[in-house]
Design a protein around this ligand. Structure first.
Ligand code: PMP
Length: 436
């Protein structure tokens, strides 16, 4: 009988869910789950789960009821905008629109942009596919040259927006956002930062850097309850067609005419996800209260040890996009000679209770360009990760690279699994999607 995990437990820097979760191992026994998949979805912070416990008894309709619970829910929803504003340091003309996730935020902004959008080819599909008039710049081998290529593209023809990731979801490498903002503005463009990977790990300050738009997801920010955010300059958002047509986005409706509300309501039609938004706000408040120098240092020490430990193993290759990235969030991506990424991930899970991500990370163009069409393995960490987790991962990879795996693995319908699978999954597969 495996132990029932407590709701949250003490990680090195914060209380998070799942850090004492026991998971079964193939062939019997169990161990504490080692979560190295924060970049896909991070565990919930204790402040987030506490906030939801507090709010649930008052869960009711938002904006539509005079009952006390409705008022509490409406207050939770509307005051969440302030938490986001404080967390990302908004400028006076910036507005917070709640969405489902980063993908939703970028699709919303794509309906508002009055012109071309310049993007890098290293972007997550969420920051590649929504733009209607995109001009794609191939990233160079260095950040310096990549920035120069972006500047050339902006200088070559007018663009309305430069849309860049704050940190690569493939390697965690960070782009120089303040510099790119200055360049975009100098060429008459605005800048959108895809903050999905950056905001959980680095302080972002919109007013100080001049960034015009920022998108991020609650589930990567320790608030896994289905809300996301688009923060940005009001004028484009007010001028655009409502993202969804329906109740809540309007001021007045007759059968002949609709008077739409301004942002944020304009783009938030329908009953909102008040619990997700309250969770996101609680995460913003909790992260804003943390000493980020300590967070950055904690992740830097763990990620460096992980990268160094893996690099020492024969046959392991670390993946980097640039030789000169100014900073990297807690992501280490690698391949092992002679092993498909899916097999490595299946082995780490089955024999060691370690969760990583494998595949092309919804960034097919760049993985294909750098010769990794078969994908790679991504280990990502955060507030609940400890050095013992890192040592476990290094030791497990060494064991596999040395040919000391103890189980067999096979591929069915493109997915690797232990053969036989003894852990009692009803589907018998690891799941169908290779994304995030
Ligand atoms: N951008 C980046 C850089 C990401 O890492 C992700 C998720 N992996 C997304 C966008 C999309 O986020 P979501 O799935 O929450 O919409």
């Amino acid at each position: 009988m495996t132990a029932v995990p407590t709701a949250t437990c003490a990680g090195p820097l914060a209380r998070v869910s799942g850090c004492d979760t026991q998971v079964p191992l193939v062939g019997g026994g169990s161990c504490t789950y080692a979560n190295f998949d924060y970049a896909a979805s991070a565990p919930a912070l204790a402040q987030v789960t506490d906030r939801l416990q507090e709010l649930l008894p008052f869960y009711a309709s938002v904006h539509r009821g005079a009952g006390y619970a409705s008022r509490v829910s409406t207050d939770a929803y509307e005051s969440a905008r302030g938490s986001v504003e404080r967390f990302v340091g908004t400028d006076t003309d910036q507005v917070v629109v709640f969405t489902r996730n980063t993908t939703d935020s970028l699709n919303l902004l794509a309906t508002c942009v009055p012109g071309d959008v310049v993007v890098l080819d290293i972007e997550h599909h969420a920051n590649l596919l929504p733009w209607k008039n995109s001009r794609i710049v191939e990233a160079a081998d260095t950040v310096v040259d990549t920035v120069a290529r972006i500047e050339n593209e902006l200088a070559a023809a007018p663009a309305a927006l430069l849309a860049v990731t704050g940190a690569s979801n493939v390697t965690g490498e960070v782009l120089p956002i303040a510099e790119l903002t200055e360049i975009a503005h100098r060429h008459g463009a605005r800048i959108l930062v895809d903050g999905a990977q950056l905001t959980p790990h680095r302080r972002v300050h919109l007013a100080e850097t001049g960034v015009d738009y920022l998108a991020f997801s609650g589930h990567k920010l320790y608030a896994p309850f289905g809300a996301g955010v688009l923060v940005g300059r009001r004028d484009w958002l007010d001028a655009a067609e409502p993202y969804l047509a329906g109740g809540g986005a309007v001021r007045e409706v007759t059968l002949d005419e609709t008077v739409w509300a301004q942002a944020p309501a304009r783009h938030e039609a329908g009953s909102p996800n008040v619990l997700g938004v309250a969770a996101l706000a609680a995460a913003c408040d909790a992260l804003a209260a943390l000493d980020f120098e300590q967070v950055v240092e904690h992740e830097r020490v763990l990620a460096s040890r992980l990268a160094d430990g893996l690099a020492e193993i024969d046959g392991v290759h670390l993946l980097r996009l640039w030789a000169d990235a100014p900073d990297t969030v807690g992501i280490v991506t690698f391949t092992i000679d002679g092993h498909e990424p899916g097999q490595i991930a299946a082995y780490l899970s089955a024999e060691h209770g370690i969760g990583v991500r494998d595949g092309r990370f919804c960034a097919h163009p760049v993985l294909n360009r750098i010769g990794l069409a078969g994908g790679a393995v991504r280990a990502s960490l955060g507030l609940g990760t400890g050095s013992e987790d890192v040592e476990r991962l290094i030791a497990a990879v060494r064991q596999l690279a040395d040919g000391r795996a103890t189980w067999n693995y096979g591929k069915t319908d493109g997915l690797w699994n232990p053969v036989p699978e003894t852990r009692g999954f009803s589907t018998g597969t690891a799941g169908a999607a290779e994304c995030v």
